[in-house]
Design a protein around this ligand. Structure first.
Ligand code: MN
Ligand code: MN
Length: 403
């Protein structure tokens, strides 16, 4: 019995009229059903039985899948800058967000954590040092150079500092398109919003000392270049983390294809990276990344060098084509068919992220190989046996320039 039906006043009225609540509901349901049934009968009668009206809703047009990340001006300060592509700026990108961040020599991205997302990064220019604290009370400190990546699981506290001498630039990728709004927690923001007496008890300084701390979130701040040799942690007894947060992507052997190469890091190569797979793909001039789809992951691309054209296929005859150049981002939804045509005379370099720690792909070539000739002949009426025999039987990955 629900609380509602215990209302004595209402029970009384209903019972006194010889109705139970159940009966009232049944009667109401019958009435509305009756109305619907009548409408249906009238519609049937007005149309010939063999041509019953059934107009399917036209499919929604495909969403924009291109975003010009490096053209944005998001945040600039004396210590560095950051440009974001979150679900807010780039609505199709619900599952993945990207940030292009630059730090001046000695500049820091302050101590913070992300409550909604894990963070992956690739060093594009310069060098930086990072620390990360784990829930096991362990800490890591590591230096990153060009071609190195990191992965900080969701919620693990971290900080970055440029080791100099020049600026550093890295691409951050998060496994949640909404990581930014209300999802990033900074140490200065927390301290600025905690009463001094609590801070004094917790942090061991007199309450008056906290007037000298930043009044609001620092985010990115300027600083001096730290010692080049690895510094000791304040607590020299703290244990290094059980799992490494650093993976040297460019220093691993590449898969080579006729039209290019791929460096891949997933949970297989880097066990801590449980929610993302990353690929650094290089397409040689004239290459074609063959027709394929990813059954269980969205694909996010950032153009480092060179250009390409992508055509996505979103079912029901829906296709969309875009061209990409350095600093631009592409997003291809899970299961959407696609291919990438390299453009221009310079090789094209793309950082690609998938929102799964396990890589999966199905290529059209493999699929065609996985069927008997007679089935393909029936599927493609009028196509001769000789033509079927010329179709690929197995994936190529990246097809080389046309001969
Ligand atoms: Mn972060
Ligand atoms: Mn793909």
């Amino acid at each position: 019995m629900s609380d509602e039906s215990k209302d004595p006043k209402q029970e009384l009225t209903i019972e006194s009229q010889g109705w139970t609540r159940r009966k009232i509901f049944d009667a109401a349901a019958l009435t509305s059903l009756g109305v619907a049934a009548t409408a249906l009968t009238m519609e049937r009668a007005s149309a010939a039985p063999q041509e019953e009206k059934h107009e399917p809703k036209p499919p929604e047009p495909l969403e924009d899948f291109k975003y010009d990340l490096e053209k944005q001006t998001h945040w600039v300060g004396p210590g560095g800058s950051a440009k974001e592509a979150t679900a807010e700026e780039f609505p199709v990108s619900q599952s993945i967000a990207g940030v292009s961040m630059r730090l001046e020599a000695g500049g820091i991205r302050e101590l913070h954590w992300h409550s909604l997302a894990a963070e992956w990064a690739y060093m594009l220019e310069g060098r930086c040092r990072a620390t990360v604290i784990t829930p096991e009370g362990q800490a890591d400190i590591a230096d990153f150079g060009v071609g190195d990546t990191w992965y900080f699981p969701r919620g693990h506290g971290h900080i970055l500092q440029n080791l100099g001498p020049g600026p550093c630039h890295f691409l951050l990728v998060f496994d949640n398109g909404h990581f930014s709004e209300f999802g990033t927690f900074s140490v200065t923001d927390w301290i600025a919003n905690t009463p001094p007496d609590v801070l004094s008890r917790n942090l061991g300084l007199p309450a008056t000392a906290f007037a000298q701390f930043p009044k609001k979130e620092l985010y990115i701040g300027p600083g001096n270049v730290p010692p080049q040799t690895m510094e000791a942690l304040r607590n020299v007894d703290i244990e290094p983390g059980q799992s490494n947060h650093k993976y040297r992507l460019d220093h691993t052997p590449a898969r080579t294809y006729p039209g290019g190469t791929e460096h891949m890091v997933s949970s297989v190569e880097f066990p801590i990276q449980t929610t993302l797979t990353a690929v650094k793909m290089t397409l040689q001039p004239g290459a074609l990344r063959e027709m394929h789809w990813h059954p269980h992951a969205d694909e996010w691309q950032y153009y480092v060098k060179g250009r390409s054209r992508i055509r996505i296929f979103g079912s029901h005859g829906r296709v969309k084509t875009e061209e990409f150049a350095p600093g631009q981002v592409a997003f291809i939804k899970q299961g959407y068919g696609h291919y990438v045509e390299q453009l221009g005379d310079e090789p094209t370099e793309i950082l690609i992220l998938f929102n799964s720690g396990v890589y999966q792909e199905i290529s059209l070539s493999n699929w065609l190989g996985g069927n008997p000739v007679s089935m393909l002949q029936t599927n493609f009426p009028g196509i001769s046996r000789a033509m079927i025999d010329q179709l690929p039987k197995k994936e190529v990955g990246i097809i080389g320039k046309k001969a």
